[in-house]
Each structure stands twice: as structure tokens, then as C-alpha cells.
Design a protein around this ligand. Structure first.
Ligand SMILES: [Zn+2]
Length: 431
């Protein structure tokens, strides 16, 4: 099932023609209205009309998160504020927030793209959609909400927090689709188990999860625990919010809405494109945004492009699940690894949950790594089993990562999830 079949199944040649036309109009818009881009283009001796084909894209400068922050709050807006109907901002956990704006047309386009993602994930107007994303400056809640309404589904703006009440609502309101982060879905599954509610008492059929990286193992766990079909979707505030790409029911990669976004995957060190299928940093250029267009935005998200066609009939290329962020990569005692590797390992160890937090400290010249793991199934009185589990996890992580780590078991829900998003790394080292 498609939301906009004529666009989602567009012939490749027609798509590329549309992309180049839209790219040219975006370049003209930013050159005329955003001094930041005009200065950059002028400095490189590029005029918008020099970009005559999609291969010329590589001549354009990249835009980074620092550029967005450096233009705080409205420096990158391409329309006057009177045309902006909505403002969001990224969480800004590591500095100034990135502020983004939407015109009325942007909101319409955004809702449509989220409607595509939801439709691909199985949602129809007959569904009751519970949006358990934060409603606020974060784009997740409002983004999914508008898309689900666009489809005509019955939307419950549950937002985050108070999991027991969320489950009560889920049961009583007969929620059929849960929209949240995957880590929140895990918490819901655990809490349902603890409340003694059989999954058969719920009406859940679909789960649409995004806003943080997750593994295939975690998908299996969530699907089994909640009896649902779980799909992955992707987006980020700087280019739109949710709706950039999403999986269809084949669950084999996320279809990119390529009529609205040009995507590239580059080597984050050489900045050169990597061959199709190879992992690298995702770079996105918006093609239809009015208020906040983005040229070659370096997302810092690591993924790969999948060129093979999908059995569902959509022609939009797919991206693999996001496996981490370039700035998430940890280097401890010279060993490089991503938090997602720890998640995959935890899922292989019986009795653990993939709810964890990596705390890095420096004692003298030595880095010390402690992994906090939420151990829901372990009663706190059962100290012996608890320490046994902690020891199992410690040995396994130490062996697989090749560095010594300490493991501390904590109670369920002890690891903070602002806006439903788990904080995976707390780095207390001072450089
Ligand atoms: Zn597909």
C-alpha cells in the first residue's frame, strides 16, 4: 500500500529530472535569501546556474551542525518570519540548539511524507495511533502526529512518560499502532509484563520506531514481546524531522523520499563518496523546503545505500538502518567502537535488557568505562543471581570489545530518557 503511488513509484529517469529542477530552484532560493550560503558560494566561485546536473552536486559546499549553530537562531531561514508558521529546535545537549522553521507549505509537505512512512509501515485510516514521542521543540511528536492525522487515523497524543498510564490507554483506547523510540517500546514491553497484562488483551498490530539507532536483534525482541510488526523510520530536525525515510513491511531498509531529498554517503574523513553498499556518513540536500533549506548537510549518521529494488514496488532507494553517529564513536584506550555494539551484545545475553548507558571517566591517565545496564527481570533481593549476571555481562563485553569494562546493574527505568530518547554515552573525560 502506498500513500502517493505516483511519487513513491516514480520512474528513475523522471525522478532524476524532478530532482535537478528542484535542486536548481533550492539553490536559487538560498543564494538569494540566505547570506551564509551566498557568501560560501561566492567564496568558491560557484553560481546556482553552474549546477546543471546531479553530478555537479559534489561541487557544492557541505553544511555542518556547527554552521547551523553559528547562525542561531534564524540565520539560515530563507523566508521572513511572517511566513513561518512553526518553529522547532534540536535538543542541544552539547551546545546551542539548532533552530528550524516551517512555512505552511513545509508543514503540508512534512505531513505528507510522514503519511508515506506510516502507510509503508502498515498504518491506515482505520488505525488508532498512539504517539509516545515528546511533544515540544523536538520534531518527533508533532511530526508523527500530523502525518497520522493526514492519513485519517485516530491519533492519541500520549507524549512521553508515565508508562503504566500509557499502557492503560493502549488497552482501553484499543491502540493499534505505537509510535515511539525503540528503547521506549522495550520499556513498554517490560512494564506490560510486570503489570501482568497479557499481550492478547491489547489491540497492537504495528510499531513505528525511530529517533535513535537500534539493532535487528532489538527489533526481534520488540516484535515478539508486543506481538507487532515493527518498522524503522528516520529523520532529523535539521532537514525536516521524521519523514525523511522509512521501512515498508518488507523490513529490509528505509525507503528515502528522494523526490524531496538528495542523499549522498561519504567517507567522513576524506569527504569523498563511498561506493554503493558501503557504510559512511549520510549527507542530505533538501529539494522542496521553503523556510529552512539545507545544502549538503552532514548528518553525522552512519548508514549505507541499498541500490537493489525492493519487492514492494517503491522506486526510492533505501538506506540501511543507522548504525551509529560519527560523533558517537568512542575511542577508549585506542579501541574504536560504537554504543550500538554494546546493545547487540546485551541482547544476546539472557536476562538482560538493551537499556544501558556507557559512562567514561578518566582516573589519572587511564580511561575507565562503566556500563550501566537496566536489569528488569532480576529481583533486587536476589543478590547472588544479580552479581552473577553482572559478571557474565562484564566478561562478555570485555572479551568482545577488547577493553576492560565494569558493569553495574541498575533498576528498571533508572536510566533517564528525556523525550523518550535514551542517553547512551556520558563522557566525563576532560581533554
Ligand atoms: Zn519496500
Amino acid at each position: 500500500m502506498y500513500w502517493e503511488p505516483d511519487k513513491e513509484c516514480l520512474d528513475r529517469e523522471e525522478l532524476e529530472q524532478l530532482q535537478i529542477e528542484r535542486l536548481q530552484s533550492t539553490l536559487n532560493r538560498v543564494y538569494a535569501h540566505v547570506p551564509f550560503y551566498r557568501k560560501k558560494f561566492d567564496g568558491m566561485g560557484i553560481a546556482p546556474e553552474d549546477i546543471g546536473s546531479l553530478t555537479d552536486l559534489s561541487r557544492l559546499p557541505f553544511t555542518t551542525k556547527d554552521d547551523v549553530r553559528g547562525n542561531y537562531p534564524y540565520g539560515l531561514f530563507a523566508v521572513p518570519l511572517r511566513e513561518v508558521v512553526r518553529i522547532h529546535a534540536s535538543s542541544g545537549t552539547t551546545g546551542t540548539a539548532a533552530v528550524v522553521g516551517y512555512t505552511r507549505n513545509d508543514i503540508k509537505m512534512w505531513s505528507n511524507l510522514v503519511a508515506r512512512v506510516l502507510t509503508a509501515g502498515g498504518v491506515t485510516k482505520d488505525d488508532v495511533v498512539q504517539v509516545s514521542f515528546g511533544y515540544g521543540l523536538f520534531t518527533g511528536g508533532f511530526g508523527l502526529h500530523y502525518g497520522a492525522e493526514r492519513i485519517g487515523a485516530s491519533v492519541i497524543p500520549a507524549s512521553t512518560g508515565n508508562t503504566a498510564r500509557q499502557i492503560q490507554i493502549m488497552k482501553d483506547f484499543k491502540t493499534t499502532a505505537l509510535v515511539s523510540t525503540p528503547s521506549y517500546a522495550m520499556l513498554v514491553a517490560d512494564t506490560i509484563r510486570e503489570m501482568g497484562i497479557p499481550v492478547s488483551a491489547l489491540s497492537l498490530k504495528y510499531g513505528l520506531f525511530g529517533a535513535e539507532p537500534w539493532s535487528e536483534e532489538m527489533r526481534q525482541e520488540i516484535q515478539d514481546a508486543l506481538g507487532i510488526v515493527a518498522t524503522d523510520n528516520y529523520g532529523l530536525s535539521e532537514v525536516l524531522g521524521p519523514g525523511v525515510s522509512g521501512e515498508c513491511l518488507e523490513r529490509n531498509g528505509l525507503h528515502i523520499n528522494e523526490d524531496h531529498f538528495l542523499v549522498e554517503v561519504i567517507d567522513p574523513e576524506t569527504l569523498q563518496p563511498v561506493p554503493a553498499g558501503q557504510k559512511g556518513e549520510l549527507v542530505i540536500t533538501t529539494l522542496t523546503k521553503e523556510a529552512f533549506p539545507m545544502i549538503r548537510y552532514r548528518t553525522r549518521d552512519l548508514t549505507r545505500l541499498i541500490a537493489e529494488p525492493c519487492p514492494c514496488g517503491r522506486t526510492g532507494r533505501r538506506m540501511g538502518r543507522v548504525v551509529g553517529r560519527t560523533d558517537d564513536m568512542l575511542i577508549i584506550k585506542g579501541v574504536k567502537f560504537f554504543p550500538s555494539q554494546i546493545e547487540s551484545l546485551l541482547l544476546e545475553i539472557e536476562g538482560t535488557e538493551p537499556n544501558y548507558q556507557i559512562v567514561i571517566d578518566r582516573k589519572g591517565a587511564m580511561d575507565e568505562v562503566t556500563v550501566l545496564v537496566e536489569a528488569a527481570g532480576v529481583p533486587f533481593s536476589d543478590r547472588r543471581r544479580e552479581s552473577g549476571l553482572g559478571e557474565t555481562i562484564r566478561k562478555r563485553l570485555t572479551h568482545e570489545l577488547g577493553i576492560a569494562v565494569e558493569v553495574k546493574l541498575v533498576g528498571k527505568d533508572a536510566i533517564e530518557r528525556p523525550e523518550g530518547k535514551a542517553i547512551r554515552v556520558v563522557d566525563r573525560r576532560k581533554f
